[in-house]
Design a protein around this ligand. Structure first.
Ligand code: RIB
Ligand code: CA
Length: 324
């Protein structure tokens, strides 16, 4: 569809695994916002595999116009990254539930992701929302290179962390934060306006085989892909978190809140990440900025589960029907 020049713009920064793919689907199914690019990161998969997935998925969903930019391959404080066993178990070795979809004929853009983020912030300013759903490595590098973008951007809505519940890597650490705690801490202290969509809310938004069957019933390639990929993820959750009765819609909830912030209730608080000691990777309030009247972070602590799931199914089902 033709995009309105006044429409809000969005960048997804993805370690393209299953729920990242669902976040792409949610945004492409949202006519009120324009996806201006996907920046690639590492986490569920290596950087190159994630970029490959983003190109292939946007093609399959009928949106080959979406540009994909390569980000940094590992945390700034390290010189390599290896996919964890838990990530490979939950998302499959290829990140998309071992489902085989055609490679895109397109290549990632030549501009590095960090420069694209800075250019986009300069171009769109407050009309731009940046949504990282993997480690915060790319946005931290962009903020280090161009600190002024912290106040230019319309906001950063990220999936990561846990404030009121335990982590999913260990008792205090969530996966996206654990992969680059320094980057997330830098983001919290940068002055940028951030909304944290952590496990506090994403483990309340669950999908089951009942919903994926609706995609399968469409009989389209996109519907079959989404159903097969997500069924793999639901099956993994039956082993890793059987008490939930479904899979966590982590990344699509962050995307949905970027589109409609009223889906969650939030606690304004200045946050930090523990970067040293036994609690490395913990997201917690910053004692030294507790009494600062300016709060740069809102932590989602409540979510309208019913409304979100309805939006999720409506938008993605329509997209998967129209795609092919
Ligand atoms: O902890 C959940 C997060 O880790 C999600 O973003 C998932 O895709 C992985 O990156
Ligand atoms: Ca992710």
């Amino acid at each position: 569809m033709a995009k309105d020049v006044d429409m809000k713009k969005l960048i997804l920064d993805l370690d393209t695994g299953v729920d990242d793919a669902l976040a792409i689907s949610y945004v492409l199914g949202s006519p009120e916002i324009e996806l201006i690019g996907i920046t690639g990161t590492y986490g569920n998969v290596l950087l190159d595999q994630g970029v490959r997935n983003s190109l292939a998925i946007t093609d399959l969903l009928g949106h080959p116009e979406i540009k994909v930019y390569k980000g940094l391959p590992h945390a700034g404080a390290t010189d390599s990254f290896t996919v964890g066993k838990a990530s490979a178990f939950i998302h499959g070795n290829n990140g998309i539930g071992e489902v085989d979809i055609p490679d895109s004929k397109r290549e990632p853009e030549s501009e590095p992701a960090v420069d694209f983020i800075i250019d986009a912030a300069n171009t769109y300013g407050k009309d731009l929302i940046y949504v990282p759903t993997g480690p915060m490595t790319n946005i931290a590098a962009a903020l280090r290179k161009a600190p002024e973008i912290a106040n230019q951007l319309g906001g950063i809505v990220f999936m990561g962390g846990a404030l009121t519940v335990q982590g999913n890597v260990n008792a205090w650490t969530e996966a996206n934060i654990s992969q680059d705690p320094e980057a997330a801490d830098y983001l919290f202290r940068s002055g940028a306006s951030t909304t944290m969509i952590g496990l506090d809310v994403t483990l309340q938004t669950l999908l089951t085989y009942e919903e994926t069957q609706r995609w399968r019933d469409l009989g389209t390639a996109a519907g079959t892909f989404l159903a097969d990929m997500t069924d793999y993820y639901i099956k993994a959750y039956e082993t890793t978190a059987p008490h939930l009765g479904g899979c966590g819609l982590h990344d699509p909830l962050a995307a949905a809140v970027a589109v409609d912030p009223t889906l969650v209730t939030t606690l304004p608080i200045n946050m930090q990440v523990d970067v040293e000691g036994p609690t490395r990777g913990r997201t917690i309030g910053d004692n030294e900025r507790l009494n600062d009247p300016v709060k740069t972070t809102k932590v989602a602590v409540g979510v309208d589960v019913k409304r979100f799931l309805n939006e999720f199914m409506t938008r993605i089902t329509a997209l998967a029907q129209a795609a092919n």
